[in-house]
Design a protein around this ligand. Sequence first.
Ligand code: SF4
Length: 373
Amino acid sequence: MTAPKPPAPEIKGYCPGALRPMMSGDGLVVRIRPYNGRLNRMQTQGIAALSERYGNGVIDLSSRANVQLRGVTPDTHAPLIDALRDLSLIDPSETVESRRNILVMPFGETPVEAAALTQALGQPDAPALPHKFGFAIDIGPEPVLQSAPADIRLERDATGGLILVADGMHTGKPVKAQDSIQEALALAQWFMDTRGTHNRMAKLLGDGTPPPAGFTTVRQTQTYGPAPGPTSQGMLAGIAFGHVTAGAFSTLGDIRLTPWRMILIEGVHTPPPLDGLITDPADPLLRITACTGAPACTQGLAPTRPLARALAPHLKPGQTLHISGCAKGCAHPKPAAVTLTATNCGFDLVRNGRAGDTPRQTALTSTDIIKAL
Ligand code: SF4
């Protein structure tokens, strides 16, 4: 007898925010977007205390360098927001919050362009961008955020000049620092005027839409690969599955967020002994992405993270793995070497594809999976 087909994953049509949280299996998910990709000690301690007081003591780090509190209830949401506002972590409105989708390079001085873009996106006449549309301020000597999702990027070319990049192109437009944010907003407006039904820049350009004039300067290609270890600002450390307890989070001090499920703990060169902190670049857990899964996600058809921990010692050197609680694949929307997708009857295995792609093997148990890896 074949197992019943699981229901198609529900598309909510928006990303959760703090002011517009999303209901999940363990309560509301409240997503905080730290300004300039940083949290100071008072904010990390405050978020941890609020997670324990108004949530379930579980904090997630997202692939867009955001911080999520879980287990919040409709009754505790309003006092939580008031307390987060006191920590300077809340936007003036839902509209501004959803537009302020900015990744900032975690190394070096935080560039003034990050604050300038934040301010510009908060203006009433800023483009009303689609909810996943985002920006990356990546203007160190070499880019480090090219594999992270962003539609408009500020980078440096090989001569050190600033360039504005429309995601999906190999070339960008030279811009002066003082004009760069205005130019970025003009590109965002061009996208809005041109996009038709597209929500993402790379899709629009990939469909053959010619970019605006002047995007002809060759970009640098990223060679940096994120790995735990010391940096000049502090210790870069992985967080297994981006999942950390409030107790551990409260001890981190000043941190910078990254889109790699790693945090940069500022001013620290010896990692604190915390559960779930990954400091060994060879740790196989760094090569596994596992979404929230069941039961905390209502759409999850099976738990994912216990399986991830069980499979970690069996990964081949360099092998990467994505474990998804349903076909939506939200933790890793891109193809992975091996993807395991939960079904009503074990896990399906997809090779070089996404969670919803046609599987190579179906209805696998954990023993089957270990043999198949
Ligand atoms: S992929 Fe995971 S987190 Fe996303 S909806 Fe499915 S079970 Fe939930």
